[in-house]
Ligand binder design. Sequence first.
Ligand SMILES: Nc1ncnc2c1ncn2[C@@H]1O[C@H](COP(=O)(O)OP(=O)(O)OP(=O)(O)O)[C@@H](O)[C@H]1O
Length: 264
Amino acid sequence: MIEVSDIDVVFGRGTPLEKHVLKKINLTMDKGSFVTVIGSNGAGKSTLLGVLAGDVIPSAGKVVIAGNDVTRKTTAERAALVARVFQDPLAGSCGTLTIEENLALAAARGQKRGLAPALGQARRKWFRERVASLNLGLENRMADRMELLSGGQRQALSLVMATLAGSEVLLLDEHTAALDPGMAEFVMELTRTLITENGLTALMVTHSMRQALDYGDRTIMLHAGNIVLDVTGEQRKTLGVEDLIEMFRKVRGQTLDDDALLIS
Ligand SMILES: Nc1ncnc2c1ncn2[C@@H]1O[C@H](COP(=O)(O)OP(=O)(O)OP(=O)(O)O)[C@@H](O)[C@H]1O
């Protein structure tokens, strides 16, 4: 479960560049819920994920994850609770390490132990099985360096890695944006499966209105640091891509010039 209460984020406070990026944000998510997050550029979406991950410490407010007040905890201190997959396939793994070594590091995330004990025979078998379940043939390339893989293969592995340490929360920051449509769909289906199988509580930032409605059980829209839309259940089922775009128009008070992108 996630409880975000009255979160304020101000960057550059007291300077000419001061920016109030999140304004008294309140968001409660039950364990196992999957929220899609939309909003225009600069709305504060990545900052919200940063507040949950620990790389943005809020100016005010409280963040509770799985009963732990993590508001002032660093990314490392909350690593056992929160996993994150980024837009850049290179960001979530180490290119010069092998697939197996990357998995071992991911499995050890948030624990005080090194790589060696994580690479016992039982672990190796477990990693291989997890990778084989992707049906990408990567289980035969466990000793290959991560940098040899395609972006889609890396994102698929990053998702598997995000589930290895038993974190309750999964944060997805436009994690399919750099992939071709076929791979993006594959990664999205994998995302859905892993969230369900592992009972994860997930937030996914996306610029695709289609994805925002097709996946998850709730959609929120951020605008200028506020949650301006929060839909779930029957109300969400009746919404179409056009409705979301219309809401964008309303909150921005102007016509979008990148509708085509948003519909993708
Ligand atoms: N560390 C920082 N210091 C100063 N300003 C920042 C910092 N991080 C983000 N910002 C600013 O905060 C605002 C919100 O940024 P954020 O990345 O959260 O937006 P976003 O909704 O994720 O946008 P996009 O869709 O473009 O990724 C932007 O104006 C951004 O320039």
